[in-house]
Design a protein around this ligand. Structure first.
Ligand code: RB5
Length: 146
């Protein structure tokens, strides 16, 4: 199950991504927003992050105008590893090396075609483990200091 959420700036792209997930036969949980009416991106970054960190959803996708605000919000939730990606290589590496569990996208930055390719690169990659595990564990050590 993939959690997906956006603010108004990402609403249209969220719809395109949902259609893409459906075409791939993937299940999703849409956590809003539900229109292009102005709203606050932290709401949706937090909601998706909590759905992922709780284990309800395996991965998350979050979208706002730039992807910046919503990724900052998601990363405030302990256990969230949201990666803002503007290219396929970064999306693949975010999973393989950083064990990112949330993909953040900027709808006003990316065309739909590229955004969908980035989604595929993220979903199709797997964490490689090995020496990367120690570094991901260090994220938890940082969280434990607060
Ligand atoms: C909303 O206008 C915009 O600020 C938001 O979508 C996002 O880009 C914030 O980081």
């Amino acid at each position: 199950m993939i959690a997906i959420g956006s603010d108004h700036g990402g609403y249209a792209l969220k719809g395109e991504i949902i259609e893409h997930l459906k075409s791939r036969g993937l299940e999703y949980k849409d956590l809003g927003t539900d229109s292009e009416k102005s709203t606050d991106y932290p709401l949706y970054g937090e909601a998706v992050a909590r759905a992922v960190v709780s284990g309800e959803c395996g991965l998350g996708i979050i979208i706002c105008g730039t992807g910046i605000g919503i990724s900052i919000a998601a990363n405030k939730v302990k256990g969230a590893r949201a990666a803002l990606c503007g290219d396929c290589y970064s999306a693949q590496m975010a999973r393989e090396h950083n064990d990112a569990n949330i993909l953040a996208l900027g709808a006003r930055v990316l065309g739909t075609g590229l955004a969908l390719k980035i989604v595929d690169a993220f979903l199709d990659a797997r964490f490689q483990g090995g020496h990367h595990t120690h570094r991901v564990e260090m994220f938890k050590a940082i969280e434990a200091k607060d």
